[in-house]
Ligand binder design. Structure first.
Ligand SMILES: [Ca+2]
Ligand SMILES: [Ca+2]
Length: 627
């Protein structure tokens, strides 16, 4: 065997062959791997398929990938001899028959069987040179609270401790759909026009209409990223009254869950079009039959792992958005619930339409069902079952106090929610491990976040979300990746609207609309201080469990204060340093008059803000006058 390594790669005209001599690549081979000489030979075309070669070389056979690899090799000083590009680089389609035959002969001569000629490590180094842009994986849970991270320390260890943790990450709108729209666009609900879960003020149709070609994944895809969505999307996607399998704009690969089956751990439908079948849609098991292989969280993780494997062999960098259902409640299949009209995926639903389906706490994976979690106590801070709600607007003021039965139910809900997150934790672990095994971890950013927080009995509320109290606004958020120092903790206000601009800055991709969030890159790398932030709070049409409309409100949250006004004019305001649990509204306290007026002025600035105006730091908010 010769000491130097030759790599046979790329296309050539029939009858010629290409030899690439690569001293650098010899050192890039995997530990323990022996160098393998490649003999370039002149061979007549044989009957071997392009896909077989693609498997062998572990590369895609699309034109740009091959061309970019050639360019990368040339730019790094490799000599490529005897190469003729049929039709020129732009039209350069695939590795031709002579190359394939040469590789087959080489493998035969060297007794390599089916072993790959070019190893993953070598190929990775070529790919990196061809397109060094980083990959991104955004892992999103549904209704997860910061406290849930206590039950899932592995997520914190693998993502937060390995990078940055944002301890005061807020959603501008504590509801699934507006929150996800804000995350994907980097914009406030008043700018992306997704202001509730349902049309006409929110949901899938307004989403596509207003943001289909102006949000993170679309910009990334336009810049050459392979974009993949797995799981829950914008509420109303794939509804029964619009059964056609559609891939929303911006996504190269689609595994979107069709509503309302999105809210099932078993028996959910994923729309998964492929080149072979553009209308492919699969129902995974049955809601009432708990089969391990169909458990939603694990199926979603498996799909993410497959994409990670697949992309290790592709030139294009990727963005994966992996949206788990846990720890959200599950809803019973449609036939068992009451379905009021076709509300969810139409432009103008009939008046009075809505959804009223029975729900159950999220089911854990079978392997986690026997774990004894009885020791997990329901978090009960001083706002839990707040007795005196005279400072609060009538809706919350008039809620009945929680009974011991209510509290026991909340305790069990909390345990079920945390139990459902163990499979997510394992998923995060598997993803990190697979990125490492395929040589991609060092070039991949992973974001872990929720969509909205969850209220578990605070202020006697059992509706979970919507109201702008702290437990609903706060979400888990962390990010790891190259250049982000481990154990970075950022305590100031951040928002899920910051995720898209951060990714865009890292990928050097431009947005085509003003962005209301800010990139956190400089903050994470300690090159910039986090500015003081004001987050605009807003609301939209939403019903309580019994069909009563919830009161609308608007407001702001600054570092020190939360202020909002309901549609009936009732104001609530909390001094978060003195009253972090929001027990006593100071909206009518004369000592806070100047503070309140400053917050109202801040709201006036923010309520119709766009881009730079939304990003402006919070001005001085006067302290209360001491009495
Ligand atoms: Ca949610
Ligand atoms: Ca109170």
């Amino acid at each position: 065997m010769r000491a130097s390594r030759k790599i046979l790669i790329t296309t050539l005209a029939v009858g010629l062959s290409v030899t690439v001599l690569s001293p650098q690549l010899a050192s890039a081979r995997a530990p323990g791997e022996q160098p393998q000489p490649v003999a370039a030979t002149h061979l007549a075309p044989k009957s071997i398929t392009t896909s077989a070669l693609s498997r062998d070389l572990r590369i895609g056979v699309n034109g740009p990938a091959v061309t970019r690899i050639q360019q990368a090799l040339l730019s790094r000083g490799y000599q490529i001899k005897g190469m003729t590009i049929r039709g020129g680089p732009a039209r350069f389609g695939h590795l031709n028959a002579a190359t394939m035959a040469a590789i087959v002969k080489y493998k035969k001569d060297n007794g390599l069987g089916n072993a790959p000629v070019v190893t993953d490590a070598v190929y990775q180094s070529i790919l990196k040179a061809a397109d060094p842009r980083p990959n991104f994986i955004v892992i999103q849970t549904d209704d997860m609270i910061v406290d849930d991270l206590m039950a899932t320390p592995e997520i914190k260890k693998l993502i937060g401790d390995a990078g940055a943790t944002f301890t005061q990450a807020l959603t501008p709108f504590a509801l699934c759909c507006p929150s996800r729209a804000a995350m994907m666009t980097g914009c406030y609900p008043h700018n992306n026009r997704v202001q509730s879960n349902f049309p006409p003020s929110g949901g899938y149709v307004p989403w596509e209409k207003n943001n289909g070609t102006s949000f993170g994944a679309y910009w990334m895809q336009s810049a050459g990223y392979h974009t993949v969505h797995i799981g829950k999307y914008i509420n109303g996607y794939g509804m029964y009254n619009r059964p056609t399998v559609r891939v929303p704009s911006g996504w190269s690969e689609w595994h979107g869950s069709a509503d309302p089956s999105t809210y099932q751990m078993y028996g959910y439908r994923l729309n998964e079009p492929s080149r072979v079948n553009p209308f492919s849609s699969t129902v995974y098991g049955d809601f009432y039959t708990e089969e391990a292989q169909n458990y939603g969280t694990d199926v979603y993780t498996g799909k993410a792992l497959r994409v990670i494997d697949q992309q290790a062999r592709q030139r294009a960098p990727f963005l994966i958005q992996l949206a788990y259902l846990a720890p959200h409640v599950e809803t019973l299949p449609l036939t068992d619930g009451t379905w009021k009209d076709s509300w969810a995926d139409v432009d103008k639903p009939a008046a009075g339409s809505g959804i009223d389906i029975a729900s159950i706490p999220p089911r854990a994976a079978l392997r986690h069902q026997a774990m004894d979690l009885d020791g997990i106590a329901l978090p009960q801070d001083p706002s839990f079952n707040e007795a005196d709600r005279s400072d609060k607007q009538s809706f919350v003021r008039n809620l009945p106090a929680l009974t011991s039965d209510d509290i026991e139910e909340l305790r069990l809900d909390n345990i079920a929610r945390k139990r459902s997150l163990f499979a997510v934790t394992e998923g995060v672990g598997a993803i990190v491990a697979r990125l490492k095994a395929t040589g991609q971890l060092d070039n991949t950013y992973i974001v872990f976040t929720g969509d909205n927080g969850y209220i578990l009995g605070q202020h006697a509320i059992t509706y979970g979300k919507y109201f702008p109290y702290e437990p609903a606004l706060r979400i888990p958020m962390m990010m790891r990746g190259p250049g982000i120092p481990a154990h970075t903790v950022i305590g100031g206000i951040t928002s899920e609207m910051d995720i898209t601009p951060t990714i865009l800055e890292l990928a050097k991709v431009k947005a085509t609309r003003p962005i209301d969030g800010i990139s956190l890159l400089g903050v994470m790398t300690k090159k910039k201080a986090l500015p003081s932030r004001t987050i605009l709070l807003s609301s939209g049409p939403q019903q309580s469990a019994n069909g009563t409309p919830l009161p609308l409100f608007d407001g702001v949250r600054t570092a020190g204060y939360a202020w909002w006004v309901y549609e009936d004019g009732f104001e609530e305001m909390y001094d978060l340093s003195a009253d972090p649990y929001e027990l006593s509204s100071v909206a009518n306290d004369p000592a806070y008059l100047k503070t309140r007026l400053a917050l109202i002025a801040e709201w006036s600035r923010m309520k119709d803000c766009k881009g730079a105006v939304c990003q402006r730091p919070t001005p001085d908010i006067p302290d209360p006058v001491s009495s």
